[in-house]
Design a binder for this molecule. Structure first.
Ligand SMILES: Nc1ncnc2c1ncn2[C@@H]1O[C@H](COP(=O)(O)OP(=O)(O)OP(=O)(O)O)[C@@H](O)[C@H]1O
Ligand SMILES: [Mg+2]
Length: 418
């Protein structure tokens, strides 16, 4: 059986417990605490809510959670992705925000991932959050990755905007060193440096990589390369957005470097979505003609085995499309490519994966996104242990299809080393 320290996630085990232990973003922390302290003195500040925003894995949720512990606040934590309608806000958050605490403690309301509120119910949910801000007797902290989504305008007006930024490699490295010392695991400084650089500012992803590498007994360059093979599944939505909004060749290209699917599938996503972002006809015409060119190079590469054409294919599909625009793209939702739905093999894999993720999310009480980014790969890793594997399959009641899909991914976890 895996030992206790190996089976526990380090992002939980080494989670800072005091605000001063949260790395980086000093100004943002200060601003947040100043706002919270006005509340705690008994008078609501002008802005009754804060909207903390910034890239993933830098301590946004952490800051709010730790502040609740440190100030002994009763915390109501809601994940916006789980709000099915405005009912949850009205029935749970509203009473919580207006009634005295039974324990006579002060309260704090956290609504996380508010940028994931999408679909036809979004306007009513967002309106109910905005009403909640008007009526609340207690502080409300809202969190988002992308705070500039036009649908959030009402909330932006009512909230104190606090930006949290990516962490520097230096900050990440010293935190990783601290973890290695506590775990009593030997490390090469250069290996930590690679992990930190790969994480590009995301502490959560760095700690996860560190833990995977640690499975091999020490953190050296070799172990780190294996850790890099993890099924990252960089969110296809953010890759598409990157390409669509990119203004330079290199930033458009960089998006695909971090992408885990095959470029052919990526092209389908781009094809399906650019027309919603590029509003000028001439821009679209150029973008599509470049996609057609990309497709031509791809065919040359595959059919004639002229591999260097793959480079032109990638370049045209990313930078070519990105630089077709003459004005700033509009904001739009990204749609799943219709053609993919027709490709049954792909669909089956996608379906299996989303079934698994949604069941993990339910069992672990976390959002689908968290289950996908934090738990899924960890599950694959754990499945390498036979005893754990049979236990989890029994507990989850997964059928043979799912089991063989997972077994396959789990077995291949090392082989894909970069
Ligand atoms: N600044 C930090 N200092 C120390 N640990 C951190 C920091 N940021 C993140 N972590 C680690 O990563 C985990 C996840 O962080 P957190 O949930 O706060 O990310 P987030 O910024 O809310 O990301 P997301 O946008 O994906 O929700 C934490 O539990 C902690 O273990
Ligand atoms: Mg968060």
């Amino acid at each position: 059986m895996l030992s206790e320290s190996r089976s526990q996630l380090w992002i939980i085990k080494h989670k800072p417990r005091r605000i001063e232990d949260i790395v980086g973003n000093e100004e943002a922390k200060e601003e947040y605490l100043e706002w919270l302290n006005i509340w705690l003195k008994g008078k609501p500040p002008i802005k009754k809510a804060v909207l903390i925003y910034g890239p993933p894995g830098i301590g946004k949720t952490l800051l709010v959670e730790v502040s609740a512990i440190q100030y002994n606040l009763e915390l109501l934590e809601l994940n916006a992705g789980d709000l099915e309608g405005s009912e949850t806000i009205r029935k749970i958050a509203l009473p919580f925000s207006s009634e005295e605490s039974l324990e006579r403690r002060k309260k704090l309301i956290l609504i996380d991932e508010i940028d994931s509120i999408e679909g036809s119910k979004a306007p009513t949910i967002l309106k109910s959050i905005s009403d909640l801000i008007d009526q609340t007797k207690y502080p409300i902290a809202l969190i988002a990755n992308d705070a500039w989504n036009p649908e959030l305008w009402q909330i932006r007006n009512k909230a104190l905007m606090i930006e949290m930024k990516k962490l520097s490699s230096k900050q990440i490295i010293s935190y990783l060193e601290k973890i290695c010392k506590i775990e009593n695991i030997s490390y090469e400084f250069d290996a930590l440096k690679i992990i930190a650089e790969r994480a590009s500012g995301d502490m959560r992803s760095a700690i996860i990589d560190l833990q995977i590498a640690s499975i091999f007994g020490k953190i050296g360059l070799k172990e780190v390369n294996i850790a890099g093979a993890k099924d990252r599944q960089t969110d296809v939505f953010s890759v598409i957005r990157h390409i669509i909004y990119a203004t330079t060749v290199s930033s458009a290209r960089k998006a695909v470097d971090e992408y885990a699917y095959d470029p052919e599938t990526l092209m389908l996503w781009i094809e399906e979505n650019i027309h919603k972002f590029y509003t000028k006809y001439e821009d679209l015409e150029l973008a599509y003609s470049r996609l057609a060119k990309a497709d031509y190079y791809r065919t040359l590469a595959n059919k004639k085995r002229m591999w260097r054409f793959l480079l032109y294919f990638l370049e045209m599909m990313t930078a070519g499309v990105a630089l077709s625009k003459s004005t700033k793209p509009t904001y739009s939702k990204i749609e799943f490519p219709e053609i993919l739905r027709l490709m049954s093999r792909q669909r089956k894999a996608n379906d299996l994966r989303s079934i698994i993720i949604s069941e993990i999310a339910k069992k672990c009480h976390m959002s689908m996104r968290k289950a996908n980014t934090e738990m899924f790969w960890f599950l694959l890793l754990m499945l390498k242990n036979e005893e754990f594997k049979s236990k989890i399959y029994k507990k989850m009641g997964w059928n043979e299809d799912i089991q063989s899909y997972l077994n396959n991914l789990s077995q291949n976890l090392h082989i894909k080393a970069s």
